[in-house]
Design a binder for this molecule. Structure first.
Ligand SMILES: Cc1cc2nc3c(=O)[nH]c(=O)nc-3n(C[C@H](O)[C@H](O)[C@H](O)COP(=O)(O)OP(=O)(O)OC[C@H]3O[C@@H](n4cnc5c(N)ncnc54)[C@H](O)[C@@H]3O)c2cc1C
Length: 411
């Protein structure tokens, strides 16, 4: 493992830091997070403006080929920028899925006409993309999707429903996984398409979350026509295309999205202990927890270095990168829970105007369960770690060799 930047990487990091310092405010538990300060429309505008500057400065599409507007740098540079950007209130969220997962898939599976039409506009933040994979009965087992597309002349006709589609309500395009052949095994009868989110028959309904946000959607399709030229990969090869999307998700090993132990340490020096004996940092039980978090965070950092070392050698990170998300998401929840408890009655207040630390811990407590589900639940990631890192026996697969249409369902 090599923990240090090479001279080229260090130079790039300095350039990235200068760009971020000039364009964003540093993140802290005390600072009001930008997303909560602005209305959704204002935030989206700020995000589009930031993405444009990022593209002009050469920090968007860092790993993409130069003809796609990128810098053709190895993935480690993307990780470096992500880890620096994570320290700032950078409004990058609306582009994470599109540029991190959808467009790399479009680049890998489409011809020049399609690439010329979509890639540059996405990179400059002019068009935003979403990922339409999960369905009410196909989340962890995404290959069990029932949304179907039937060929009709030069088009495909799409019917069905997706759910938990992040950002669908403000997105222009998406990549959608659909069943095109129910007569073969579930993984073999899927096809991936580019879908115009404003096309007739696409109905986007926002989901109201417990946290008060509305980030996700149900998306219904009724006879939506998709031209065959918007197909990504061959019919029936959708699962292979989806794997490329999901592999790109694995590269997102940048900064954590919630207050970490350093922020809770700072906070603990200023609030009184609910036990009534000085500040929280003087509380022995709290100090023990803090020590656990530090040990776990350092372990996570070293595990992440394995991924970064693989990336800097031009290798694809392996399944061990699943370890990071399990640790990070659970740690975030534990830190936020402890911080809320330590605020006693005030812990219940979620209004940033009145809550201590402007409700940063409250927000991260509400967000952490989502992080434990998105991109693979804790249990699924533990299965991956057990089977593919530790070499334990495989989970039972009762659907092997069975045509999708013959799989038993509840209805
Ligand atoms: C914040 C967030 C953003 C998201 N954004 C998107 C998006 O943009 N696009 C999109 O397509 N989807 C998105 N999703 C959906 C996400 O991919 C799914 O929620 C996730 O894959 C889990 O699927 P599910 O919700 O259907 O749960 P299920 O798969 O039904 O799981 C229910 C429970 O059963 C457990 N379980 C399931 N299978 C197994 C097994 N084999 N072994 C052990 N335990 C098992 C799970 O761990 C879980 O606890 C998002 C989800 C979240 C929380």
């Amino acid at each position: 493992m090599d923990f240090n930047d090479t001279p080229e990487e260090a130079k790039f990091r300095t350039e990235a830091q200068a760009f971020l310092k000039a364009n964003c405010a540093p993140k802290s538990a005390e600072s009001e997070r930008m997303q909560r300060k602005l209305s959704p429309a204002e935030y989206l505008n700020a995000a589009k403006g930031y993405q444009k500057k990022k593209a002009e400065a050469g920090f968007a599409g860092i790993t993409w080929a130069e003809e796609q507007g990128g810098r053709a740098l190895p993935p480690i540079y993307s990780v470096i920028f992500g880890s620096e950007e994570g320290k700032y209130d950078a409004p990058a969220g609306p582009f994470a899925i599109g540029l991190g997962m959808c467009i790399p898939t479009v680049i890998a599976f489409s011809n020049d006409d399609i690439k010329n039409r979509y890639v540059a506009k996405a990179l400059r933040g002019e068009e935003i993309w979403c990922q339409l994979f999960s369905e009410p009965s196909a989340g962890s087992d995404v290959a069990a999707g029932k949304t179907k597309a039937v060929r009709d002349g030069d088009d495909w006709v799409l019917n069905g429903q997706k759910v938990w589609t992040t950002g669908a309500h403000f997105c222009d395009f998406g990549i959608v996984l659909a069943r095109t052949n129910p007569d073969v095994e579930k993984h073999k009868g899927l096809t991936m398409f580019i879908i115009d989110m404003k096309a007739p028959g696409v109905d986007v309904r926002q989901i109201h979350q417990a946290s008060g946000g509305r980030d996700f959607n149900e998306v219904y399709f009724t006879d939506v026509r998709i031209p065959d030229k918007n197909r990504l990969g061959e019919p029936g090869m959708g699962w292979n295309v989806a794997l490329v999307t999901l592999m790109n998700e694995r590269l997102a090993v940048g900064g954590s999205s919630g207050p970490d132990y350093k922020e809770v340490l700072q906070f603990a020096r200023t609030v009184n202990s609910p036990a009534g004996s000085g500040t929280l940092i003087q509380d022995e039980a709290f100090r023990q927890k803090l020590a656990d978090w530090i040990v776990r965070a350092e372990g996570y950092k070293l595990t992440k270095f394995r991924t970064m070392t693989a990336l800097s050698k031009g290798q694809t990170p392996g399944p061990e990168s699943s370890i990071g998300k399990v640790i990070n998401a659970n740690q975030m929840m534990d830190i936020a829970n402890t911080a809320i408890e330590s605020m006693d009655y005030f812990g219940i207040i979620s209004d940033p105007e009145h809550a201590p630390a402007e409700a940063a811990f409250h927000q991260s407590y509400m967000w952490a369960p989502g992080l434990r589900i998105a991109g693979g639940t804790d249990e699924i990631l533990k299965n991956i770690i057990a089977e593919r890192v530790l070499g334990l026996p495989q989970d039972v697969r009762v659907d092997k060799g069975v045509a999708f249409k013959d799989l038993p369902t509840g209805r």
